[in-house]
Ligand binder design. Structure first.
Ligand SMILES: *[C@@H]1O[C@H](CO)[C@@H](O)[C@H](O)[C@H]1NC(C)=O
Ligand SMILES: *[C@@H]1O[C@H](CO)[C@@H](O)[C@H](O)[C@H]1NC(C)=O
Ligand SMILES: *[C@@H]1O[C@H](CO)[C@@H](O)[C@H](O)[C@H]1NC(C)=O
Ligand SMILES: *[C@@H]1O[C@H](CO)[C@@H](O)[C@H](O)[C@H]1NC(C)=O
Ligand SMILES: *[C@@H]1O[C@H](CO)[C@@H](O)[C@H](O)[C@H]1NC(C)=O
Ligand SMILES: *[C@@H]1O[C@H](CO)[C@@H](O)[C@H](O)[C@H]1NC(C)=O
Ligand SMILES: *[C@@H]1O[C@H](CO)[C@@H](O)[C@H](O)[C@H]1NC(C)=O
Ligand SMILES: *[C@@H]1O[C@H](CO)[C@@H](O)[C@H](O)[C@H]1NC(C)=O
Ligand SMILES: *[C@@H]1O[C@H](CO)[C@@H](O)[C@H](O)[C@H]1NC(C)=O
Ligand SMILES: *[C@@H]1O[C@H](CO)[C@@H](O)[C@H](O)[C@H]1NC(C)=O
Ligand SMILES: *[C@@H]1O[C@H](CO)[C@@H](O)[C@H](O)[C@H]1NC(C)=O
Length: 304
């Protein structure tokens, strides 16, 4: 586990390591239209962790990362390259998810964000490869001069080739953390610390309004950036996250961006204006009800 100092941050989001789970566990019978997110931490062992290249604080909102000027991709354009160990078939699937995100987030038939193959003049771009698990950097990493690794593994027992997993990782790339990292999350979910694998507890860190920006959206159980109920559970028969406003809410969908995810991307990239009236839609008014271990903002960890 890398602990990189308080303000050294989290440039990486090690997301979802989709290990082979029996189909019966991958689907919740009552929610069969959703693909449950079988997150596992096997992919997070030392060698898989890519050290953050900067020591700058991030701010995010899925919450998006602040400061936006540093973490947004210029013009909303994300150049990419796809490594040779992604099969042609999988690269088609990945590019299809890029097209889906461009389409979902467009405003008045105009693209808001886009992904395109890098060319010779691009200095900053992501590298998509068949790594160990599914993970991605958060935000553009500014002018960092090096590889921005996006691992989208496809193996026999485990794969990231699920529409919502790819959209989740690419949303990290656009500058977003997990939904349950929002400053107001304790008003919406109850974190079951006792059932969380201690080595993975950092994945449940909560960020404050200085570090992240909810962009005046409301907490979204349906976000593609939200964890599933049993993420990083010691005992996977019990939850690690319980939705409290609606105890039967489904969390952890991995189909595609939710309407609130879409709005956040549109606002973060300036394609849709934030409401000028702060009384309209701010969720920052809600104060966390618990101060337990939720104020751990920047442990410099890689987030799943
Ligand atoms: C190619 O991908 C599609 C969907 O992504 C899948 O249904 C099909 O089985 C794949 N084919 C091969 C040969 O992997
Ligand atoms: C790379 O792409 C950008 C944006 O489309 C374009 O402005 C630039 O001319 C391209 N460079 C090369 C070498 O093709
Ligand atoms: C895939 O390619 C990337 C970049 O070339 C490399 O870092 C990675 O180790 C490769 N993964 C596998 C499973 O071969
Ligand atoms: C991708 O990685 C997985 C897991 O390491 C491996 O089983 C598979 O053979 C790799 N595929 C390619 C095309 O390298
Ligand atoms: C408030 O937010 C919700 C969802 O985030 C959205 O549907 C609604 O249009 C917003 N209202 C205003 C006035 O922005
Ligand atoms: C796991 O949780 C289930 C449901 O709460 C419980 O019945 C079971 O005894 C627990 N297993 C262990 C090993 O604690
Ligand atoms: C609570 O969640 C369930 C399951 O997603 C949904 O059917 C129901 O409409 C939700 N209730 C409210 C009040 O949002
Ligand atoms: C989209 O177009 C409509 C009609 O022209 C306009 O009223 C609206 O402001 C536009 N929305 C944005 C976000 O530009
Ligand atoms: C904000 O919205 C409220 C209710 O919609 C309205 O009463 C108030 O005048 C608005 N304030 C501003 C500065 O627009
Ligand atoms: C913050 O994280 C560190 C490292 O994971 C941990 O030792 C500490 O107990 C955490 N503090 C709180 C308040 O959760
Ligand atoms: C937000 O968290 C940072 C530590 O990550 C802390 O330095 C800062 O004071 C906090 N801001 C507020 C308003 O609590």
């Amino acid at each position: 586990m890398l602990l990189l100092g308080y303000w050294t941050v989290i440039l990486l989001n090690f997301v979802i390591n989709v290990r082979c789970v029996p189909a019966s566990q991958s689907f919740d019978a009552t929610q069969s239209r959703f693909i449950s997110n079988p997150e596992r931490n096997e992919g997070l062992v030392g060698g898989d962790i890519v050290p953050p290249p900067f020591t700058k604080s991030l701010t995010g909102r899925g919450v998006a990362v602040r400061p936006a000027w540093y973490h947004r991709w210029s013009g909303g354009v994300v150049p990419y390259e796809i490594a040779g160990n992604i099969t042609v078939n999988n690269s088609i699937f990945i590019v299809n998810q890029m097209r889906a995100m461009e389409s979902l987030t467009q405003v008045n038939n105009t693209q808001c964000i886009s992904f395109r193959p890098k060319n010779a003049t691009d200095l900053y771009y992501i590298t998509i490869f068949n790594g160990s698990g599914c993970y991605a950097p958060v935000g553009s990493w500014g002018t960092y001069n090096g590889v921005r690794p996006v691992s989208l593994m496809h193996g026999t027992y485990s794969t990231c080739m699920v529409s919502g997993i790819i959209q989740h990782e690419l949303t990290h790339v656009l500058g977003f953390y997990h939904e349950q990292s929002r400053p107001d999350r304790d008003s919406y979910v109850s974190i079951q610390w006792a059932n969380i694998d201690p080595s993975q507890a950092f994945n449940f860190d909560m960020y404050n309004d200085t570090n992240v920006d909810t962009q005046m959206t409301s907490y979204d159980y349906g976000s593609v950036m939200h964890y599933e109920r049993t993420a990083f559970a010691i005992n996977s028969s019990g939850p690690t996250i319980i939705p409290t406003q609606n105890t039967s809410a489904f969390i952890g969908q991995r189909i595609q961006l939710s309407s609130i995810d879409i709005l956040e991307i549109q606002r973060y990239y300036g394609c849709v204006q934030l409401p000028t009236n702060s009384s309209t839609n701010t969720s920052t008014a809600t104060t966390p009800t618990s101060s337990s271990s939720t104020t751990n903002v920047t442990t410099g960890m890689l987030i799943n």
